[in-house]
Design a protein. Structure first.
Length: 723
């Protein structure tokens, strides 16, 4: 496929020369604001009117403020000690106490009948329930307690529809807050004293029980001096361990001598070596005497014969000493075996004594652990009892000096004027709301919808030109829509296609013969509809035109021309793809001349392997051969935003016409597809807007030819209007 190049009368311009949309365009915010200005203005006017009406119709509210001051001196009610707590901690503690529901109920209970009537007088009809519940509800919603930042002051604010009612609630809450703090402190101190007294008594009893248990344990196990007993056992263990080690060493030495002696006996070596091993003097003496006799025998053998009396006497002496030597060897071996048995017995005895001593030490250690636990328990109870007694004494003294560290700093006074409703604040809120709507709505609408709706979107957001706007033709039946230019059922729509042809002729950089690829972003944008009618415009201008239904996944052109889809591209490929002969007469291609000069090459079936077929050589070669027989070849491809077929077909095309349906697809999606197509070598004269509603067209330079104007002007050229 790479060797097949489409032929056109003009060379293509490289894609890099095409204008890419700018990533930042300062004109876009102004365009967005301008396009949504009147809707945003209407919304802002309605919203401001409603907010202003709602704010100004609210009943008048008066505010009153009472102030409490929290001193640094704060008492720790648990211990009873008088401690100087930080102002921060003391203030936060009192602030949480003031917000308790219990204090709110105490405040409501202190209101007299006349005061309750004053509170509920301006709230008649505020809700069901009795008067006491209504007072509780009003008071709870009226009171706000805040701390003045950086100070030890607590502000009690009350809001009411009556200035006297606001001052009454604020002052009563401040008075009851001090009483509540005093009562709570007293109750806490009494509870603390009782708790400390109970704890002291409990620890005293536990301490006595622990001491008795410890004494009984010492008597039962005779632990008068635990440490002395442990030292004696440790010394005994050391002595036994040393003795056992010495016995083991001696036994090992004897066993080594015995093993060496037995090895000498097996080898039949000299008795002198045995004497050295067994340390036997008698055996050594016998061995020396025997060696001397044998030496003499050797000397006499050179002088005397075997029967010589001296030789016979020497032989008798040697035999006697050999017998004595054998007896001494046996005695030496038996002596070593006796020593081994004695060493083994001594070692066993010492190990038994050592085991008994270890068991005794472990038993004493276990007693020591239990003894120490009991002793520490006694010490712990005594220490705790002493601490509790000290705290109880301190708490008893401090209870007599108790006070409250919170006082009234300033009482509330009835307000002279209401703080709500505030006309100035209402105007500021309305102005801020209007500004937010005027600025926020256009950009929110663009972010939420953000769809292509006209030439402004195409030019400023997509970086392309609009070469045509086709109006929505809902008044024409479906089967007649592909023939609007020929049938003129809708003259205004036909004029739109003629205007598209004219603009394409002006914008195109390549003269016929050429191949035009038509695609869109998503299905349903009308590319097949525009391809069929644009083809009729070329035929009307004496251009021999071929429409190829290149949408092999979902072909539609055969239905537009009321034909079946049994023959075409896929069938031609299935039957071998023969390029010889007249392609217009090939039965597998079955190219139909639907009208004089307009030919249709159908898909010939459905497949999902379109890109694989284009990757081969036959289908591109077929299209290249057809380009030589027609002035205009129109490729109706699948949507480029869904399938990659359009990019593959771009290798056999000259120009790209991109179809964008009004308000059907987002700018980002169209921008992404266009940027991908711009990476090919296709010339792109511009974008065709389809299904433009009445009153929305005319976004490019031939504004007078928009759909609504074309429909109006076409009436003057109707046959019945001619003179």
């Amino acid at each position: 496929m790479a060797d097949i190049k489409p032929s056109g009368t003009k060379a293509r311009k490289p894609a890099a020369a095409m204008r890419l949309p700018a990533t930042i365009d300062l004109r876009q915010p102004l365009i967005v604001l301008r396009s949504h200005f009147w809707v945003a203005a209407a919304l802002a006017l309605v919203a401001c009117t409603l907010v202003g009406w709602q704010q100004l119709r609210q009943p008048k509210l008066y505010a009153a403020n009472a102030t409490l001051i929290v001193e640094r001196g704060e008492r720790n009610e648990l211990t009873g000690r008088l401690e100087m707590m930080g102002a921060e901690v003391a203030t936060l503690t009192r602030l949480e106490q003031l917000r308790s529901p219990e204090l709110m109920k105490r405040v409501v209970d202190t209101f007299s009948s006349e005061e309750q009537a004053l509170i509920v007088r301006h709230y008649l009809g505020a809700g069901g329930g009795d008067e006491e519940q209504l007072v509780m509800r009003i008071t709870r919603s009226a009171v706000t307690i805040v701390r003045r930042e950086g100070t030890a002051l607590i502000s009690i604010s009350a809001v009411h529809r009556d200035p006297a009612g606001a001052a009454l609630i604020a002052n009563r809450y401040a008075e009851q807050a001090i009483r509540y703090a005093f009562d709570r402190s007293s109750a806490t101190t009494d509870a603390s004293l009782k708790f400390l007294h109970d704890q002291a008594e409990d620890l005293r009893k536990k301490s006595e029980v622990a001491e008795r248990t410890l004494q009984e344990y010492r008597q039962r196990h005779n632990l008068v001096s635990l440490e002395a007993s442990q030292n004696i056992i440790v010394d005994n263990l050391k002595s036994l361990n040393a003795s056992a080690t010495a016995a083991r060493v001696a036994r090992v030495g004897v066993e080594a001598q015995l093993a060496q002696a037995e090895a000498v006996m097996k080898r039949g070596e000299d008795a002198a070596q045995m004497a050295a091993i067994t340390v036997s003097e008698s055996l050594g003496d016998v061995a020396r005497r025997l060696a001397e006799l044998r030496g003499k025998r050797t000397v006499m053998a050179e002088r005397y014969g075997r029967r010589h009396p001296a030789m016979q006497e020497n032989e008798r002496a040697i035999k006697a000493l050999e017998g004595i030597q054998d007896e001494e060897v046996k005695n030496a071996l038996n002596n070593l075996r006796d020593q081994r048995e004695k060493a083994l017995a001594e070692e066993r005895q010492l190990l038994e004594q050592l085991g008994k001593a270890e068991k005794e030490a472990l038993s004493l250690d276990q007693l020591g652990v239990e003894y120490n636990i009991l002793r520490r328990t006694v010490e712990t109870h005594k220490a705790s009892y002493s601490q509790i007694l000290a705290r109880l004494n301190d708490a008893t003294i401090s209870a007599q000096l108790q006070g409250v560290n919170m006082k009234v700093s300033e009482l509330a006074r009835p307000a002279g004027a209401p703080f709500s409703p505030n006309p100035r604040r209402t105007i500021m809120i309305a102005a801020a709301l209007a500004l937010a709507i005027m600025v926020g709505y256009p950009f929110s609408a663009e972010m939420f919808f953000g769809r292509v709706r006209g030439a402004v979107d195409v030019e400023h957001h997509l970086g392309s030109e609009v070469i045509g706007e086709i109006a929505a033709v809902s008044g024409v039946v479906e089967k007649d829509r592909p023939f609007l230019v020929k049938s003129e059922n809708d003259e205004a729509a036909a004029e739109q296609f003629r205007a598209l042809y004219s603009q394409l002729a002006l914008s195109s950089k390549i003269d016929p013969p050429k191949t035009i690829l038509i695609t869109s972003t998503v299905p349903g944008e009308g590319k097949s509809f525009i391809a069929a009618n644009l083809a009729q415009c070329f035929v009307a201008h004496s251009r021999r035109t071929l429409v190829i239904d290149a949408d092999l996944r979902r072909p539609t052109q055969h239905r537009n021309f009321n034909l079946d889809n049994k023959a075409g591209l896929l069938r031609w490929l299935d039957e071998g793809g023969n390029l010889e002969g007249d392609l217009l007469k090939d039965r597998s291609l079955a190219i139909q001349e639907t009208t004089p000069g307009l030919f249709l090459l159908r898909a010939g079936g459905v497949t999902r392997r379109a890109t694989e077929l284009l990757g081969g050589a036959k289908l591109p070669a077929l299209i290249a051969a057809l380009q030589r027989q027609f002035d205009i070849v129109i490729l109706d491809t699948p949507p480029a935003g869904v399938f990659p077929d359009a990019v593959a077909f771009a290798k056999v095309a000259h120009e790209l016409i991109f179809i964008c349906r009004f308000n059907a697809v987002s700018r980002q999606a169209v921008r992404s597809v266009l940027e991908r197509l711009r990476q090919t070598e296709l010339e792109c004269p511009g974008v065709v807007m389809n299904a433009m509603p009445t009153g929305f067209g005319g976004g490019y330079y031939y504004r007078a030819y928009s759909y609504q104007n074309s429909k109006k002007y076409s009436k003057g050229y109707a046959p019945e209007a001619k003179s």
